[in-house]
Design a protein around this ligand. Structure first.
Ligand code: PGA
Length: 250
């Protein structure tokens, strides 16, 4: 059995006041202990998140990190800095970083190596654009994104990782993949990992992301290979996020 994971991706949203209110609401609602609950916050709020979540059992993470260890990299944040605050997770290769900030598979693979070497949990995002889906290239696209990391880091590095399938056309659009569409891609991703290492594949949490809401989470999470969700917009409202966490426990 895989432990379900629900990770909130706040993206570039929040103020000190809204972070405080949101985390108070999430803590008060007590996400189920059988679900690994994570919130991924913008960098400046990480110390605030650390303090607010201390002792709560809710984990927290960043949305990106540098592949470099330290030094002359203006504007970057290292894995060691995240660890200094007790950060446990890092989202890597989100489609917004791929499309808006020109991140590519080789650089994402380097970040994956840096994060896993430090013992943090990467949440590696893969997903196709609408154009790629309509061209019938979904399987090929997500497999290429996944294999770039496996070839660089080795399949064993996936043992402590989380994979997230996020169709680009479903992110922030209100257009969710159907459970059948998502399950098909999740099963294909797991089968591809199994070709490299069946035991790693069996234990790998694969999250679905893309317009997951309180009212569609349960049917997605009921699918065999969907082990939880990566939640954008709905993670900014405590009640919605909690309902999604509860759907993952059911
Ligand atoms: P969304 O975002 O839930 O707002 O579609 C998901 C994500 O980008 O991780």
């Amino acid at each position: 059995m895989r432990t379900p994971v629900v990770a909130g991706n706040w993206k570039m949203n929040g103020t000190r006041a809204s972070v405080s209110e949101l985390l108070a609401g999430v803590k008060q609602g007590q996400p189920p202990s059988t679900v690994e609950t994570v919130v991924c916050a913008p960098y400046p709020y990480l110390p605030q998140v650390e303090a607010a979540l201390a002792g709560s059992g809710i984990r927290w993470g960043a949305q990106n990190v540098s592949e470099h260890a330290a030094g002359a990299y203006t504007g970057e944040v290292s894995v060691a800095m995240l660890q200094d605050f007790g950060c446990s997770h890092v989202i890597l290769g989100h489609s917004e970083r791929r499309s808006l900030f020109a991140e590519q598979d080789p650089g994402i693979a380097e970040k994956f190596v840096a994060v896993t070497a430090a013992g943090l949990t990467p949440i590696l995002c893969v997903g196709e654009t609408l154009e790629q889906r309509e061209a019938g290239a979904t399987g090929q696209v997500v497999e290429q994104q996944l294999m770039a990391v496996i070839q660089r880091a080795g399949v064993a590095a996936l043992a402590g990782a989380v994979l997230a399938y996020e169709p680009v056309w479903a992110i922030g659009t209100g257009r969710t993949a159907t459970p059948e569409q998502a399950q098909a891609v999740h099963a294909a991703l797991r089968a591809r990992v199994a070709q490299e290492d069946a035991a790693v594949a069996a234990k790998l949490p694969i999250l679905y992301g893309g317009s997951v809401k309180a009212d569609n989470a349960a049917e997605l999470f009921a699918c065999e290979d969907i082990d939880g969700g990566l939640i954008g917009g709905a993670s900014l409202k405590a009640d919605d996020f909690l309902q999604i966490c509860r759907a993952a426990a059911a």
